[in-house]
Design a protein around this ligand. Structure first.
Ligand SMILES: [Zn+2]
Length: 658
């Protein structure tokens, strides 16, 4: 197996993984050898006869496991974006082993003893050392042998169930797809959209991974809408039981680690720190948000002329947009051509703010022909890193949009970052890819994460780039969304794909006015999901749940967020953020999005106060916040940037909640 490409660092520019060389049969041997190598390295560190120092312990740990980390990075990326049946089998086999492996390191007593003896010589070392100490404690390093044995079992079982949960979901997107034989039932969808889903004389509309399917806004046939909606909310029913198992096992694990519930365990190392802080924040938003949504529902019923049902919401929201604001979202699409959005929008804004430039590297490839590779340069022409872009949906890709790293920036290894963005835009059968405004915003959002990775300027990989608390990580990406509608940026990218005409100013004005409508819906849909996540993870150890659907209903009722017309953005059975492997890291953490939006709203205000899109502002944001990654207390970084502690008012203002 000397030719296994994971065994040696990639020789491509920026150590970009050599996807052309990587085959499915390389993964398992690379995982096995990677784990074995790292265990040997860790054993050597733990049994070192010399006294423990930062260099021979913490830094040595940072250096360990390179084959494994290369393999994990590439495999996770491919498993998310292009998971063939074989990749899914490997996933099922390897994830429990990886959990076991990480336990073998974190529960190594001799190693933990050495970490406790280390002293640091500068703040960056001290910060990393403390991170290691906390990681070990949170992983159970202080527990007795018996407790640790139970912990290992719990972790393995949790991983196994979460993998099944996510695989069920991937299957459900086609298994629960809307299938229609007569195209007339799809009236309202565009001709090209109908054509794109035609298969052997049938029309198959796969489910996206959230409650409210986009087609609901367009389908004129009420029965079709109802069918689609019901398929969406009832998909993967076998996942209800898995969710109960996951939540109860997590509660047991939290108890073992000394916490009253999984939520308390989960937020302890976040910027929120306590469950009370999260509950106080969410509590402030629920009442006003529900009141907003109820007002919106009245307007929709008036528009429809009858009491609406959940599957009617988007359809009549579009109608209200058209009649009240004279705005039709579809009119914008011809102005949002994918390549222009990317180059003249996303890249352009980054250029104005940070001076960076982008060159497409056709000579470099990703794991799929649709992946594009760009080299990123500093203003002075020096290399900064690589950016990979995978915009299209495919049956092997999971839902949503995300950023991930292929190479972490670190001075320790002298590595520049290689980061990537995934979107789920439908690939047209021919012609240009025209985006919705939501998809444009998502492209800017994900690129905000990419910048966080690209600008990382830290010594250690463990705290590189987006390696920050989960309830902070969405913040820089949310800030980057502001440039999508910044007038000079918009004028630069929003041009008609055929005529090159700029998007008419009055259309934009209407869009902005119309955007305020449906904020109640968006906020309630989100909060309901956040509170549902919270309820599952506030389960007391030993508490049993007979009926997951009844639990869900009761939890929403208790939180004051139950509203029959607006279901949670994710119900229990498809709440991948909190129950899936890989992305499931948001358990008791879905609150993070609105939590970090407080910082986002504060920062948008700062940019506006300081004259918006200009280098000086970008450089300040970059040097105080983006470049430090997780190498210091991120709330200190925020204060360095903003000059004060965050206030909630800008967020309430923005969401129309005051
Ligand atoms: Zn994000």
């Amino acid at each position: 197996m000397a030719e296994n490409p994971f065994f040696a660092p990639s020789t491509l520019p920026y150590k970009l993984p050599d996807f052309a060389e990587i085959r499915e049969e390389h993964y398992l041997p690379a995982f096995e050898r990677g784990m074995a190598d790292q265990l040997r390295e860790v054993e050597a560190i733990a049994s070192d006869p010399d006294p423990a120092t930062f260099a021979n312990t913490v830094e040595a740990l940072e250096r360990s496991g390179q084959i494994l980390s290369r393999t994990v990075t590439v495999f996770s990326s491919v498993a998310a974006s292009d998971a063939t049946d074989r990749i899914r089998e490997i996933e099922t086999e390897i994830f429990p082993k990886l959990t076991k492996h990480s336990d073998a390191i974190r529960l190594n007593r001799a190693l933990y003893e050495r970490i406790k003896q280390v002293s640091a010589s500068d703040p960056e070392e001290a910060w990393l050392l403390e991170k290691y100490r906390v990681d070990f404690v949170r992983a159970g390093a202080d527990l007795t042998e018996t407790e640790q044995r139970r912990l290992r079992e719990l972790n393995e079982e949790l991983t196994r169930i979460a993998t099944t949960f996510s695989q069920n979901l991937l299957k459900a997107s086609t298994a629960s797809a809307l299938v229609v034989e007569d195209a007339a039932e799809l009236d309202g969808l565009s001709e090209s959209a109908v054509k794109a889903i035609e298969k052997d004389g049938e029309y198959v509309l796969p489910l996206l991974n959230f409650t409210n399917q986009p087609a609901l806004a367009e389908l004129t046939d009420r029965r079709t809408r109802r069918r689609l909606y019901e398929l969406s909310v009832s998909r993967a029913p076998e996942n209800f039981d898995l969710a109960v198992r996951l939540a109860t096992l997590r509660a047991e694990r939290a108890a073992l680690l000394g916490y009253p519930d999984h939520a308390s365990y989960s937020v302890a190392d976040q910027t929120a720190k306590t469950t009370e802080a999260v509950e106080e924040m969410l509590g402030k938003l629920v009442g006003p948000a529900v009141a907003n949504a109820r007002r919106e529902a009245e307007a929709l019923a008036e528009q429809a002329g009858f009491p609406i049902e959940p599957w009617d919401w988007s359809f009549y929201a579009e109608k209200v947009r058209k009649s009240r604001y004279d705005f039709d979202g579809a009119e914008l699409r011809p102005y949002f051509e994918l390549d222009r959005v990317l180059r003249d929008g996303v890249f352009h804004a980054a250029g104005e703010l940070y001076g960076v430039t982008f060159t497409e590297r056709d000579d470099l490839a990703g794991y799929h022909p649709d992946v594009r590779v760009f080299e990123v340069f500093e203003a002075d022409g020096s290399p900064l890193g690589l950016f990979l872009f995978d915009p299209y949906a495919r049956p092997t890709k999971r839902g949503g949009a995300w950023m991930n790293n292929l190479v972490d920036q670190s001075h320790l290894f002298g590595d520049l970052p290689v980061v990537m963005n995934n979107l789920n835009v439908t690939k047209p059968s021919h012609g240009p890819t025209l985006l919705t405004f939501d998809e444009v915003t998502t492209a800017f959002h994900e690129f905000g994460h990419a910048l966080h990775g690209l600008f990382s300027d830290v010594r250690f990989p463990r705290v590189s780039g987006t390696e920050v608390p989960r309830d902070f990580v969405e913040y820089p990406s949310q800030v980057n969304e502001m440039w999508a509608t910044w007038p000079s940026v918009l004028a630069n990218f929003a041009r008609h794909h055929e005529t090159d005409e700029p998007v008419p100013a009055e259309l934009l004005e209407k869009m902005k006015a119309a955007e305020k409508f449906n904020q109640g819906f968006a906020t309630v849909e989100y909060l309901a999901a956040a509170l549902l996540d919270w309820a599952w993870h506030k389960l007391a150890p030993g508490q049993t749940v007979e009926d997951a659907e009844a639990f869900e209903a009761a939890a929403l009722e208790r939180a004051g967020i139950a509203f029959e017309l607006v279901r949670p953005r994710y119900r229990t059975n498809y709440f991948a953020h909190i129950f899936s492997s890989g992305v499931g890291g948001y358990s008791a953490g879905y609150y993070s999005y609105i939590w970090s939006e407080v910082l986002d709203a504060e920062s948008v205000e700062w940019f506006k106060e300081n004259d918006g899109l200009k280098r000086e502002n970008g450089d300040h944001f970059r040097s105080t916040l983006l470049s430090v990654g997780g190498s210091m207390d991120v709330m200190d970084a925020f204060r360095d940037f903003r000059g004060r502690t965050p206030r909630i008012e800008p967020l309430l203002e923005r969401r129309g909640l005051r």
